[in-house]
Design a protein around this ligand. Sequence first.
Ligand SMILES: Cc1ncc(C[n+]2csc(CCOP(=O)(O)OP(=O)(O)O)c2C)c(N)n1
Length: 396
Amino acid sequence: MYKLLNKINSPKDLKELNILEKQELAKEIREYLLEIVSVNGGHLASNLGVVELTIALHSVFNAPEDKIVWDVGHQSYVHKILTGRREELKTLRKLGGISGFPKTSESEYDSFDTGHSSTSISVALGMARARDLLNKKNRIIAVIGDGSLTGGMAIEALNDAGSSKTNITVILNDNEMSISKNVGGIPALLTKIRTKKAYTRSNNCIKRFFNKVPIIGKPIVNFAHIIKRSIKQAVIPNMYFEDIGFTYLGPVDGHNIQELENILYKSQNIEGPIVIHVITKKGKGYDIAEKNPDKFHGVSSFDIKTGEIKNKKNKDYSKEFGDKLVKLASKNKKIVAVTAAMKDGTGLNEFADKFPKRFFDVGIAEQHATRINCGNGSIRIKTCFCCIFFIFTKRI
Ligand SMILES: Cc1ncc(C[n+]2csc(CCOP(=O)(O)OP(=O)(O)O)c2C)c(N)n1
C-alpha cells in the first residue's frame, strides 16, 4: 500500500528519489498520517500542512549534522516518519509510545525537546553560536509557524539573530492560523508581504515584455533593476525582516517540493541570518481538515470519511469552566476574558460568541496576557496554555 514510504528508513533513502517520486511519497505520507491519527488521535492539520516542507528540508539539508529545530514540535510527525520512526509512529498517544514532540532521547535527528511555542529561533541561535565557536560549518534551521511568531520570545530572538551576522535559517511556516485564526499586527504584516508574490509575478511579466521590445527594451529593464529595491519598498510597505538584518527569501509555495528545494539550495549560498517565508495550508490534502483546521489541530480518534469525532466527551474541565464563566458574565458586565491563542482549548468559544467586546485573544503571548489591564475594577479571567486559569478579582 505504501510503496515508496515503506522504503524510507532515513533521509538518505529520501535523497535518492526524483521529484515525481517525492510527490507520490507526499501523498502516501498524508494517507499514513490520516490512518494513524484517525485511530490514535494527535495533531493532524499542522502535520498535513508541512509534508512537502519536511520532505524538502530532509532532501536538501544533512540532518543530523545540520540541525532542524521545530517550534512547538507538534508538526514533527512527518520528520519522525522520514527519520526512521515510521513504524513507531503507530504507538503515538499510547502508553510507552512515541512522543508527539521532538525528543532528543528518542532520536539523534531531534535536536531539541520542545512543547512550548516561540522558542525555536532562540534555540537555533544558541546552536549557531556554539557552532561558530567550534569553527564548524553545519547548518542550523528553525521552523516556526506564523502563530508562534507572535510570541514575545520569538521576536526577542529575531532581534538578536538579525544583528548577529551568524548563519542561521528561519523557515516561517505561514498558514495564517494559530490553533484558531491568527491574530494581531504581525499576521497583518505577513499578509502584506504575501502580496510580494503578485509583485514578483507582475515584475517578471513586465521584464519579459520589455526584453522583447527592440532598442529601448533592455535599457528599461536595466533601469527597472536599479530601482527595484525602491519599488519593493513601495510595494511591500514593511520589509520588516530585511530591515532588522535578515535576508528575506520568498514567499514560496509550501506545497511545491521543487520550488522549496530550489529556495533552500539558494539559501545555502547566502551568508548571515535568513528568513524563508513558506506559504502552506493547514490540513492540506484532507478536505475536511482544510475546511476546519482548528477542529483538526489536535484531535481524538475520528471517522476519516465524515470527520466525526468518536467517543465525544459531553463534559470536561474546560467546558465546565466555559459554561460557568458565561453564566457569571451574563450577570456581571465587568467580567472580561483574555486568552493566549487558546480560545477553544480553554473552553472560551461560547464566551467569545456571546461577549465579543469582552473577549481578547492576544496571540501566543502569555507574558503579555498576564499584564493586560482592562481598567480599574474589571474582573479579568485569563486562560493560558495547559488550561491554567488565573482569576484576578477586583483591581485596587
Ligand atoms: C507558550 C505556548 N502557548 C500555547 C501553546 C499551545 N499551542 C500549541 S500549537 C499552537 C498554535 C501554533 O500555531 P503556529 O505556530 O502557526 O503553528 P501551526 O499549528 O499553525 O502550524 C498553540 C497556541 C504552546 N504550545 N505554547
